[in-house]
Design a protein around this ligand. Structure first.
Ligand SMILES: CC(C)(COP(=O)(O)OP(=O)(O)OC[C@H]1O[C@@H](n2cnc3c(N)ncnc32)[C@H](O)[C@@H]1OP(=O)(O)O)[C@@H](O)C(=O)NCCC(=O)NCCS
Length: 434
């Protein structure tokens, strides 16, 4: 199994034997073959007609120590920013998607539900809920003009989408106003017509108009040039369903009942003082999180307004818990996950895979392993089928022990118009994008 888009994906098998197309290859071990395999896996040999023209780290610059970290090109003066939108093919037109409108939100939801990211075997497709999209696209200070759609002129049908939201992101000591770009989607019937580069240029133009010149984004595909490459890990909560729908397979020498027993969790969290985060906790959680994130090379610079938006629990969107010391009432630990179901394509019994995605976690008193075990327990209580986590921040310290298995795809992180000379280890990254 191979899953280039990473997330609706599934646990990996025989990782050494599969190439990009998921075909099994024979490795003769020659130097030539090794070089080709490395180039293939990084797609360094490939031309990128669009990305080669953009202010992003280029493959040819890898290892060039004369280049320094920071913006690649200076801000464009307002007078030099194109005032009109880029041209679209004649039968299409730009639309700004008003996410306050139930009707428009539903159109975006349906476009993504039917056309957004699938795993390589086309078993699953992300199904971000309308509530999730409303949350993800309207953080503090958001720009409505960054919610960009394309419609067919004749039918007015929404056929493509791209979005940005503002964020302050710190790279080493530099806090930079950026756009977080997400939900790039082109209708299946309009693929491979070079519409994506036009969408990307248009969102860039509208970001520039707000005097912002950097962006952060992730993709399952390799583009010039990742600041880091992460892996998803999956922790089964409902192993029978995951096996029934083809998300995971029964291990060698395992029966269903042994598998169910292996993944069984206690009914309730173990840590005294573990409870849901509330509005009154925003200042304490902000302090905890700011202090924790300061150790990573790239991380968001959250203030209380950001924490209230991104981390205060929101039904079926984001869950957050903390540990309040029963003695001192001090908030010492925090964990969170967001809700991102996937549609199960073509299964008679099940239509939805309910997945929780690890978001931001901070431990100062409760060991991270115990904190995350409690997160698994409350996710199970809430009927999630699987708990996913990237190998970012300190997550590696609990993944294996808490019975997460490695996924078969990778998630690459990118910055636009900001060079990070040496790629980071996933553990140096303190940023989770939705
Ligand atoms: C991603 C998607 C919009 C690309 O559209 P497309 O029709 O396949 O590709 P186009 O012909 O329009 O454009 C190709 C260019 O876009 C780039 N591109 C493709 N996917 C990209 C991505 N996820 N992020 C940034 N650039 C991307 C390609 O690298 C290529 O540029 P290059 O020649 O410089 O390499 C489309 O495949 C899609 O909607 N897929 C499902 C949803 C998805 O995967 N979204 C991205 C989530 S990260």
């Amino acid at each position: 199994m191979e899953d280039n888009n990473s997330s609706p994906g599934s646990p990996k098998e025989n990782p050494d034997q599969e190439n990009e197309a998921g075909k099994v290859t024979k490795d003769d071990g020659s130097l030539e073959n090794m070089v080709r395999r490395i180039q293939d896996s990084m797609s360094i040999g490939k031309r990128h007609k669009f990305w080669e023209t953009q202010p992003v780290g280029q493959f040819k610059d890898i290892g060039d120590s004369s280049l320094s970290d920071g913006p690649i090109e200076p801000p464009t003066p307002l007078s030099e920013i194109k005032q009109e939108p880029y041209n679209l093919p004649n039968s299409y037109e730009w639309t700004t998607c008003d996410m306050d409108s139930e009707e428009t939100c539903l159109e975006v939801y349906n476009l993504l539900k039917n056309n957004y990211v699938e795993d390589d075997e086309n078993l699953f497709r992300f199904n971000y809920s309308k509530e999730f999209l409303g949350w993800a696209l309207r953080p503090p200070g958001y720009y409505p003009s960054w919610h960009i759609g394309v419609r067919a002129k004749a039918s007015k049908k929404l056929v493509a989408f791209i979005s940005g939201v503002p964020a302050r992101i710190r790279a080493r000591n530099d806090v930079v106003k950026m756009a977080e770009i997400n939900f790039l989607c082109v209708h299946k019937k309009l693929r491979s017509k070079r519409l994506a580069p036009v969408m990307i240029k248009e969102v860039t133009r509208r970001v520039h108009l707000e005097n912002i010149f950097q962006a952060a984004y992730t993709a399952g595909v390799v583009l010039p040039t990742p600041i880091t490459t992460c892996q998803y890990w999956h922790r089964s909560l409902n192993p029978k369903k995951l096996i029934d729908v083809g998300f995971s397979r029964l291990g060698a020498r395992m029966t269903m009942s042994r598998t169910i027993k292996l993944y069984k969790l206690p009914d309730s969290p173990a840590t005294p003082g573990f409870r849901k985060m509330e509005l009154r906790d925003v200042p304490a959680v902000t302090r905890l999180l700011r202090n924790y994130l300061s150790q990573f090379v790239v991380a968001p610079d959250f203030d209380e307004t950001d924490v209230e938006h991104w981390l205060l629990p929101k039904e079926s969107v984001v869950d957050s818990f903390l540990v309040e010391s029963p003695e001192t009432h001090e908030v010492t630990d925090f964990c969170s996950f967001y809700t991102l179901p996937s549609s199960i394509l073509g299964n008679q019994t099940y239509s939805t895979l309910k997945a929780a995605y690890s978001y931001y976690n901070v431990s100062t008193k409760t060991p991270l392993l115990q904190l995350m075990n409690d997160a698994l327990i409350v996710a199970k209580q809430r009927d999630f089928d699987v708990f996913n986590a990237l190998d970012v921040m300190e997550n590696e310290s609990f993944l294996k022990e808490l019975k997460f298995g490695p996924g078969d795809g990778q998630l690459h992180y990118y910055l636009y118009n900001y060079r990070i000379r040496d790629a980071l280890k996933p553990s140096e990254l303190g940023l989770v994008l939705l």
